[in-house]
Design a protein around this ligand. Structure first.
Ligand SMILES: *Cc1c(COP(=O)(O)O)cnc(C)c1O
Length: 395
């Protein structure tokens, strides 16, 4: 049996073990310590933020950012619909109500048109959201200029969920640095990992200090344990921060590798009818964290689901594009603003129905990538033959 090919496995460089060993040698295993401070500073300087707080997950970072923005019970929070559930769960932790915003067809990220309609309606109803969570998907920044202009007009702060877009740029600046706060994730499948972790970034150092306080059980200054506020156990450990410091050193080269992987997939299917790839918006540079491909069902005779199964049989992991939040059983009761420029259904519904994410890890070898490409090609030619046969027989 062929060796398993994963969607996006961790890819460790040469420096990580050294930083971790340092933590062991100095017995600085317990939470916090020099690696945490250094990782925060190094990441903040990489993205060009004033400050950063290293946390146990990207989800924890979103949760604390929402608290900093004053989100609480009964508030509304707008969120991109085409995303991973972690963008939304913290809204529910605080008892607030999410309102989902569709994607734009050319960027796959939050549609400024749909956002504008939602903001207009909310203003009219006296229910402006406490925050807008803008997700930047699969390594590509959302259209932050257009979105920031709208949010500024209505006086609504932005939280950038850049969990998938660390290293991407929008007009030359780092994705994650356009809102009041931004967050990154170092989960195992992200472009860099600490095996699990996240980072909150922003320009307001006082606010970040408060987040740090909340993340360490809100311990007031006293000899004994004194608490006047609700706290969380959300800090990153010094050992894991060591992994992050090493990963940050190789991030730029990982981005180049992922972009090259995307280019090879795109070249392999450039002449295949009905196969397209997630476009790269002219306003920025994507990291191509995951290569996302779409299949026109009529032209290809197949679906993402069928292709995921065909790849699984060859021991290759692939996944459908995120199932939009407005279609999730957990979230059905909440409002949704589709992008009305699309005639049939909404953009995110359509991307879910046709989109698939291919193995994109930076450790993927050329040989492994060719295995994936061969498997897709053979599935497509089978499906195509079947579709033509059915058409010849009158459907
Ligand atoms: C991975 C991810 C998160 C959450 O990150 P964790 O570190 O796993 O908590 C949040 N939002 C998006 C869009 C993600 O892809």
């Amino acid at each position: 049996m062929n060796q398993r090919i994963f969607l996006s496995p961790p890819h460790i460089g040469e420096a990580e073990a050294g930083f971790v060993a340092e933590a062991f040698e100095s017995n600085w295993i317990a939470p916090l310590g020099p690696n945490v401070d250094a990782f925060e500073q190094e990441l903040a300087s990489y993205v060009g933020a004033q400050g950063a707080v290293a946390l146990s997950s990207g989800t924890a970072a979103i949760h604390l950012a929402l608290k900093l923005l004053g989100v609480s019970r009964g508030d509304f929070v707008f969120v991109s619909s085409l995303t991973f559930i972690a963008s939304v769960n913290p809204v529910l932790y605080e008892g607030a109500e999410p309102v989902f915003i569709d994607a734009d067809e050319t960027t796959w990220n939050m549609s400024p048109r749909a956002l504008q309609r939602a903001l207009e309606d909310a203003k009219r109803a006296g229910k402006l959201p406490k925050a807008v969570i803008v997700v930047s998907l699969y390594g590509q920044s959302a259209d932050m200029g257009a979105i920031a202009e709208l949010c500024e007009h209505y006086g609504v702060p932005i939280l950038e969920d850049a969990a998938e877009s660390l290293g991407a740029t929008y007009r030359g600046s780092a994705s994650g640095t356009f809102g009041q706060f931004g967050i990154y994730s170092f989960n195992g499948n992200k472009i860099m990992t600490t095996s699990g972790g996240g980072m909150l970034v922003g320009q307001d150092l006082e606010a970040l200090k408060l987040a740090r306080f909340w993340a360490t059980q809100s311990r007031d200054q006293a000899l004994h344990y004194e608490h006047s506020q609700l706290g969380f156990n959300y800090r990153m450990s010094n050992v894991l921060a060591g992994i992050g410091r090493g990963q940050l050193q190789v991030l730029d080269s990982r981005i180049e590798t992922r972009r090259a992987i995307f280019d090879r997939y795109a070249a392999a299917f450039s002449d295949t009818e009905g196969v397209s790839f997630m476009p790269e918006a002219a306003y920025g540079r994507s990291t191509r964290w995951l290569t996302a491909m779409t299949l026109d069902p009529k032209a290809t005779g197949t679906t993402p689901e069928a292709l995921v199964h065909a790849l699984a049989e060859a021991n290759i992991e692939a996944r459908p594009v995120w199932k939009p939040m407005h279609l999730q059983p957990l979230l059905r009761e909440y409002a949704y603003y589709p992008d009305l420029d699309i005639p049939l259904g909404s953009v995110s519904d359509q991307l879910f129905a046709t989109g698939i994410c291919l193995p994109s890890g930076s450790s993927l070898t050329l040989e492994q990538q060719n295995r994936v490409i061969d498997c897709i090609q053979s599935h497509l030619s089978d499906s195509h033959r079947l579709a033509s046969m059915l058409a010849a027989n009158g459907g």
